[in-house]
Design a protein around this ligand. Structure first.
Ligand SMILES: Nc1nc2c(ncn2[C@@H]2O[C@H](COP(=O)(O)OP(=O)(O)OP(=O)(O)O)[C@@H](O)[C@H]2O)c(=O)[nH]1
Ligand SMILES: [Mg+2]
Length: 313
């Protein structure tokens, strides 16, 4: 893509052209040269969307819940963007099929945008892509942008670091996992839901979570709520939707939104610097001097640390 084309697509996106948005997302996912020209142009128009990350074990009902949340948001007159992030696959095709089916009825709605992205740029790259795709949707005028990703580990934490509000969806069967995931969940969750409460054991897990939160959460200004839902039956979803709004209000009223924004800025810059630094070092390693340096490291004449320092300078 040439720089002019990138700017043209950005203008079309800002004018509300859905196809331009879709193209730019693909370019971000593929790390197309000059995509940054488009991102530069759209950046001043970001900062309006509520970015909500939804995570939890595979199959917990995140997409089913998202489908119901889209409906509520649409009823409230909001435009909704959904990004399904699949850290396990370099291809977005697999994940999107199931998710598309689950959210099918919204496909024809011009105010709803659903996409999935995979790990084409490696896991670090995925965190960057997610943030940039969120920027694109934000600038396109989507009021609510939902980022869905499966799992509750470090990778997902990195991916959802770019969201204002993070919801962790668990299921009654998560009982045993909770001990394991405790630290991770508490670190990232703003809202906890126990989905599939039409099944046995939901109350027990809710109790366990509340007890756990009481132990550690005493002094936090935001009390992490534990909600019970059945996404399939559409039960408890209104409460989830309301709570998402309340968390956003909390961020605004407490001033924490400013800290979040600083954090997002830092994350965006670090993503770029890491990539730019890695690329320029890779370039230098291809030069005659670089190859000579590689030789020296491989023959133990110098160590990789010293070599890296030389390359940075
Ligand atoms: N019993 C019951 N089943 C549900 C509920 N919500 C979702 N499911 C079912 O659980 C399965 C997985 O739902 P998804 O919404 O795809 O779950 P997910 O968390 O998005 O899954 P991944 O994206 O693959 O991690 C589907 O068969 C849903 O119909 C619920 O509240 N109760
Ligand atoms: Mg899903």
């Amino acid at each position: 893509m040439n720089p002019l084309r990138a700017k043209e697509l950005a203008e079309q996106l800002l004018a509300g052209d859905k196809r331009a948005t879709a193209r730019l997302i693909t370019h971000v996912e593929n790390r197309e040269p000059n995509v940054e020209q488009a991102l530069t142009k759209i950046y001043p128009h970001t900062g309006n969307a509520h970015l909500v990350g939804i995570t939890g074990p595979p199959g917990a009902g995140k997409s089913t819940m998202t489908d119901k949340l889209i409906r509520l948001a649409r009823a409230a007159g909001k435009k909704v963007g959904v990004v399904c992030v699949d850290p396990s696959s370099p291809f977005s095709g697999g994940a999107i099929l199931g998710d598309r089916i689950r959210m099918q009825e919204h496909a024809a709605d011009s105010e709803v945008f659903i996409r999935s992205i995979g790990t084409r740029g490696g896991q670090g790259g995925l965190s960057r892509s997610t943030q940039e795709v969120a920027m694109l949707l934000d600038a396109s005028g989507y009021d609510l942008v939902i980022l869905e990703t499966a799992g509750v580990g470090q990778t997902e934490l990195g991916i959802l670091e770019v969201a204002h509000t993070i919801m962790v969806v668990l299921v009654p069967e998560s009982g045993d996992d909770i001990q394991m995931m405790k630290a991770g969940i508490l670190e990232i969750a703003d809202i906890l839901t126990v989905n599939k409460c039409d099944r046995q054991g939901a109350d027990h897990v809710v109790k366990e979570l509340r007890a756990m939160l009481e132990l550690v959460d005493g002094k936090q200004a935001w009390k992490i709520p534990v909600l019970k839902t059945s996404a399939e039956r559409g039960e408890g979803i209104k409460e989830v939707f309301t709570m998402m709004g309340e968390h956003r209000e909390f961020l605004k009223n407490s001033g924490q939104i400013a800290q979040k924004r600083l954090h997002f800025a830092k994350t965006a810059i670090l993503h770029i610097v890491r990539d730019v630094a890695a690329l320029s070092v890779e370039d230098r390693l291809r030069s005659a001097k670089g190859l000579a340096l590689l030789e020296e490291v491989s023959r133990r004449k110098i160590d990789p640390f010293t070599a890296a320092e030389k390359l940075f300078r």
